[in-house]
Design a protein around this ligand. Structure first.
Ligand code: PGA
Length: 247
């Protein structure tokens, strides 16, 4: 009942020329039963949208500003992204939390704005290695989810995607075991059930992210509470992207 969603997170990689080449190369070959997404840098989105027209592949951004417009030098608004047909936006990625002062409060404002703009947010949560070792993973993740969804209705929450990404597994080659990943994804669903009721929790899609690649995607996707993956490094390689989508 929950359609799996696998999204590539290209981070700050590829020029527009490279992105369009990638799109043209995967276009004819892509076979998938999941919702396939590419979250690319802002400058590539419009050309990617055009290059991927006629395919099922959706495009996503990796951030935006929560204000409608204004004196925010260097920022991009949700309506600017909506105008070019952006379907998804990654919000609160740990790199943005760590390096760009993203907080649970800004994630909350952005999640609300995404819903208002008709862009599906992929809300990222996850613990650091120190937090995992201190055995506070669930407390940390719960606090991020509760703060991130403050003031959001059950109906709206049901349309969003949550990505559980343990920071220690991102770009490190260290994947959480599928049991570890599922345990936290299941816990996130319980948190959603306590906030919104079981019916909402049952439809919300929860991804795992952190060193997902063609060789481990099937096992991860086989878990009961994991409905997709957010993939960094492996999503940059055409053959790997295709393999991930048809795992
Ligand atoms: P990774 O990145 O797949 O390269 O570990 C995942 C992410 O940061 O979303």
């Amino acid at each position: 009942m929950r359609k799996p969603i696998i999204a590539g997170n290209w981070k700050m990689h590829k020029t527009t020329k490279e992105a369009v080449e990638f799109a043209n190369n995967i276009k004819e070959k892509i076979e998938t039963n999941v919702e396939a997404v590419i979250c690319a840098p802002f400058t590539q989105l419009k050309d990617l949208k055009i290059a991927l027209a006629g395919t099922e592949v959706k495009i996503g951004a990796q951030n935006f500003h929560y204000a409608d417009q204004g004196a925010f030098t260097g920022e991009i608004s949700a309506s600017m992204l909506k105008e070019i047909g952006v379907d998804y936006v990654i919000l609160g990625h740990s790199e943005r939390r760590e390096l760009f002062a993203e907080t649970d409060q800004t994630v909350n404002l952005k999640t609300k704005k995404a819903i208002e703009a008709g862009i599906t947010p992929i809300v990222c949560v996850g613990e650091s290695l120190e937090q995992r070792e201190a055995e506070v993973t669930k407390e940390v993740v719960k606090a991020q989810v509760v703060a991130g969804y403050q003031g959001i209705s059950a109906e709206d929450a049901a349309t969003t995607v949550i990505a559980y990404e343990p920071i220690w597994a991102i770009g490190t080659g260290k994947t959480a075991t599928s049991e570890q990943a599922n345990e936290v994804c299941k816990f996130i669903r319980e948190v959603m059930a306590s906030l919104y009721g079981q019916a909402t929790a049952d439809v919300i899609r929860i991804q795992y992210g952190g060193s997902v690649k063609p060789s481990n995607v099937a096992e991860i996707m086989g878990e009961s509470d994991i409905d997709g993956a957010l993939v960094g490094g492996a999503s940059l390689v055409e053959a790997d992207y295709l393999a991930l989508m048809k795992f």
